[in-house]
Design a protein around this ligand. Structure first.
Ligand SMILES: [Zn+2]
Length: 131
């Protein structure tokens, strides 16, 4: 069995190739986005890499004006919780929202979005672009 570091490397290598890959549990069918050695839902250990749809919705979004220095050039930006169509929820950058008046965003929640893999400060990470 792979070590956890290998799972994590594989996940980021897929992202660098432009692929949003998660794991599907062969025992219960649950999906995870960030790789784990054991299913979060049933504790099963039979997990298979699978390409995710890249569709989701933004459950909550805030405006980040003062991020850590490393991410300063991306500010201001939307940041929030994003749920994939397959179920997993993660926190990430949200593009296409109102950065001047966040209340306009709250009135639209949940907002349909597409997952876009972006190179942010040297890492390929999943982000959301609202429709
Ligand atoms: Zn499971």
């Amino acid at each position: 069995m792979d070590t956890h570091e290998r799972y994590v490397d594989k996940f980021y290598n897929y992202l660098a190739e432009g692929k949003l890959m998660g794991q599907k549990c062969d025992d219960c069918g649950a999906y995870t986005l960030f790789p784990v050695p054991v299913c979060n839902k049933c504790k099963g250990t039979h997990l298979s890499w699978t390409q995710l749809s890249g569709e989701g919705k933004v459950l909550f979004v805030s405006v980040c004006k003062y991020p850590p220095v490393r991410f300063a050039k991306f500010a201001p930006c939307g940041f929030g919780s994003i749920q994939l169509k397959e179920g997993p929820v993660f926190f990430g950058i949200v593009d296409g929202v109102d950065l001047k008046d966040p209340v306009n965003n709250f009135n639209r929640l949940p907002i349909d979005a597409d997952i876009v893999i972006r190179d942010i400060a040297g890492n390929h990470i999943p982000t959301a672009k609202v429709r």
